[in-house]
Design a protein around this ligand. Structure first.
Ligand code: ATP
Ligand code: MG
Length: 327
C-alpha cells in the first residue's frame, strides 16, 4: 500500500470550490449551432465548480460553494439544488442587477459542441470576497481549484487568499488543471498556475493535461517534475479508459472504467473529482476512492444534464453493484 499523505480530514471543515454557477440549456437534436429555432431542454444547474461541489456533497463529504448568482429563478434553481444535496450555500451571493450565468449547448455529430455563453457578463462575473466568504473559508478544510479560472484576476484574488487561509489552518488543496495542450496562457496566468501546482496536494488532470501541467513531455518525466515540486498525488482521468493514481513513492493504481452508454459527457470530470476528494477526506482507501470516482463520472454521463447524474453514496453503491467494468 502506498504511504501517500492523506488529504485534510472531513471534520476540519468543508471542501470549498470557487467559481461560476450557471444554467445549461441543451438542444435536443444533434446539429450545428443555433441559427434557426430548435427544441431545447433546460434549465439544468451547471458550472464546473458547482458540479464538483454537488457531487462532493452527494457522496457525503462536507462541501461548500463560493459563487454569485442573479436574483432570478436560474440562480434559485442552482442554489436550491446545491442546498438540497447537502452543500453549504452560505457564501453564494446574490447580485441585485445581473442575471445568473447561462450556456446554450448543442452537440454536433462529431461530439464537439457549439455554445452560446453568458458567463462573465452575468452575475458570475461579479464574484468578490465578502464577509460570508471570509467566514466560510476560515472554517474550511480543503480547497479545490479549477485551472480555467486562473486567467481571471478577480477570481484569482479570491482563490489565492482562500488557499493561503485554508493551508495555514492545516487544510489541503486540489487542482483540476483543465488546461488544453494547445492553449497558451499569458505569463501572469502561467505564474499563478505554477504557484497553485506547488501548493497542491492532489492533481486531477485529464489526458494530456498531465504533461501540460508539468510543462514537460512524457508521463514519467511529468510525474517526476510534479512530485519534485511538492505535489502529493496525481489522479489521471482517462474518460472511458478509467483512471490511474500515481503516488509520490512510485505507487501506481489503475482503476478500470464502468461500461456505460454515454448520453451526455458534460460534467464527468467534475463528478469524478468531487467524489474522489470526498472519499479521500472521509478516510477511504485510494482503491475505494477511485472506484467511487469512476462510478460517479460514469453514472453522470448516462444522464442528460451536466449535474443530473451526480450520485449519492447509496446510488453509487447500487451503480457499482449493477454495472460491469472494462477489462
Ligand atoms: P470533462 O469532459 O467533464 O472535462 P474530464 O476530461 O476532466 O471531463 P474524463 O476523463 O472525460 O474527465 O472523465 C472523468 C471520469 O469519468 C473518467 O476517468 C471515468 O472514470 C468517467 N468517465 C467519463 N466518460 C466515461 C465513459 N464514456 N464511460 C465510462 N466512464 C467514463
Ligand atoms: Mg472528458
Amino acid at each position: 500500500m502506498t504511504n501517500v499523505q492523506p488529504l485534510a480530514p472531513d471534520d476540519l471543515g468543508p471542501t470549498v470550490c470557487v467559481g461560476e454557477i450557471l444554467v445549461e440549456i441543451v438542444a435536443t437534436s444533434v446539429g450545428e449551432g443555433f441559427l434557426e429555432p430548435i427544441d431545447l431542454i433546460g434549465p439544468y444547474p451547471s458550472g464546473a465548480p458547482a458540479i464538483f461541489i454537488d457531487q462532493c456533497a452527494r457522496m457525503g463529504g462536507s462541501a461548500a460553494m463560493v459563487a454569485t448568482v442573479g436574483n432570478d429563478d436560474f440562480g434559485r434553481l442552482n442554489t436550491l439544488r446545491l442546498e438540497g444535496d447537502g452543500a453549504d450555500v452560505s457564501a453564494i451571493s446574490l447580485d441585485p442587477e445581473l442575471p445568473t450565468g447561462s450556456a446554450f449547448v448543442r452537440y454536433r455529430s462529431d461530439g464537439s459542441r457549439d455554445f452560446v455563453y453568458n458567463m462573465w457578463t452575468s452575475a458570475a462575473g461579479q464574484l468578490r470576497w465578502t464577509d460570508a466568504v471570509d467566514a466560510l473559508v476560515n472554517r474550511s478544510g480543503h480547497l479545490h481549484i479549477m485551472g480555467t479560472l486562473l486567467s481571471r484576476p478577480a477570481i484569482w484574488e479570491i482563490i489565492d487568499r482562500a488557499a493561503g487561509i485554508i493551508k495555514s489552518r492545516g487544510g489541503s488543496l486540489s487542482l483540476d488543471p483543465n488546461l488544453r495542450k494547445e492553449l497558451k496562457n499569458d505569463d501572469e496566468t502561467e505564474l499563478r498556475f505554477a504557484k497553485v501546482v506547488e501548493m497542491s496536494d492532489l492533481l486531477l488532470p485529464s489526458g494530456e493535461e498531465l504533461e501540460r501541467a508539468a510543462g514537460v513531455s512524457g508521463e514519467d518525466a511529468a510525474l517526476c517534475k510534479l512530485f519534485g515540486l511538492g505535489v502529493g498525488e496525481v489522479v489521471l482521468k482517462r474518460g472511458a479508459g478509467g483512471a490511474t493514481f500515481f503516488g509520490k513513492d512510485g505507487c501506481r493504481i489503475d482503476s478500470p472504467a464502468f461500461l456505460v452508454d454515454e448520453l451526455d459527457p458534460t460534467g464527468a470530470g467534475d463528478c469524478f473529482g468531487g467524489a474522489y476528494v470526498a472519499c479521500r477526506r472521509l478516510g477511504m482507501t485510494i482503491d475505494d476512492a477511485l472506484t467511487y470516482a469512476n462510478a460517479a463520472g460514469a453514472r453522470n454521463v448516462t444522464v442528460r444534464g451536466p449535474m443530473e447524474g451526480a450520485g449519492t453514496r447509496t446510488q453509487l453503491d447500487q451503480f457499482i453493484t449493477d454495472t460491469m467494468r472494462r477489462a
